[in-house]
Design a protein around this ligand. Structure first.
Ligand code: OAD
Length: 249
């Protein structure tokens, strides 16, 4: 991809850069996105059957098993070149904040530090009743495992529909959006709030908006640069253009 010359020149001088990622960033690692009309998770399952507290109370085993399968999958796939390029951006920009809606832990495995996880992490498990994190659990027991402390049912430590986002994570994300010079929106459909509003918060404070996606989203017409294509290809290309000497890309 030929990047606009002025984008590269401005990025080379940028100090405060924030990026928000979504399921598209992990797609090239072999994890499904949510809203792809053919293969997306929400094309096959209804969120209200699997991703709400009510669904869990109605049928805990169904919900537990669905997340257990996704957890296992997240554990077996590998970060892709897009994740590694974002980790390099974290080492290169003086202040780089990575915010993700993904729950798969792949950014951290690629070396990104201080990742803000807006929707939790599927690799962690906590008690539905008392909220304490669980250290160990039987993944495929016939019954949903229970909390060692209070006996409540264990659940994935992710944010379900109707639940609040982790407060500190959201506050830090909003602050990083409001104070950055560049905001990247990568591999997200921009349809889920409040994550979707971060790009607009950044734009209102004068940040340059760069979007990377396979297809246009509600953000695209407000973005300063729309780089259309796979994040696993565009991000490393961009990083190599910015830092040709890097050995990690
Ligand atoms: P979506 O499935 O809604 O959107 C994925 C986006 O990635 C789409 O816009 C695709 O065009 C784009 N995409 C797919 N493959 C790509 C690739 N290789 N490179 C670049 N872009 C690509 O996923 P999210 O926006 O992450 O929330 O969804 C947001 C939230 O909705 C999720 O965190 C989840 C879901 O319900 C909860 O579970 C709370």
């Amino acid at each position: 991809m030929q990047f606009p010359t002025e984008l590269i020149a401005r990025l080379q001088k940028a100090e405060r850069v924030t990026a928000l990622t979504g399921a598209g960033v992990s797609q090239e690692s072999g994890l499904r996105t949510f809203r792809d009309s053919q293969t997306g998770l929400w094309a096959q399952y209804r969120p209200e059957d699997l991703a709400t507290p009510e669904a869990f109370l109605r049928n805990p085993k169904l919900v537990w098993d669905w997340y257990a399968e996704r957890r296992q999958r997240a554990d077996t796939v590998q970060p892709n070149a897009g994740h590694y390029a974002l980790a390099e951006m974290g080492r290169r920009f003086p202040k780089f904040t990575l915010i993700t809606q993904n729950v798969d832990g792949l950014h951290q495995r690629a070396g990104s530090k201080d990742v803000i996880e807006l929707h939790g992490n599927i690799l962690r498990v906590k008690c539905f009743d008392c909220g304490r994190p669980a250290e160990t659990w039987a993944e495929s027991a016939p019954e949903v495992p229970r909390c060692a402390v209070c006996g409540g049912l264990l659940r994935p430590d992710v944010v379900w529909f109707g639940e609040a986002l982790p407060r500190l994570a959201l506050e830090t994300a909003v602050e990083a959006a409001r104070t950055c010079q560049f905001f990247f929106s990568i591999g997200t459909s921009g349809l889920v709030q409040p994550a979707a509003s971060l790009a607009f918060a950044a734009r209102n404070r004068g940040a340059v908006i760069v979007e990377i996606n396979l297809e246009p989203t509600p953000l695209t017409e407000r973005a300063d640069y729309f780089l259309q294509g796979k994040s696993g290809e565009i991000l490393p290309e961009l990083a190599r253009t910015l830092w040709p000497e890097s050995k990690r890309l």
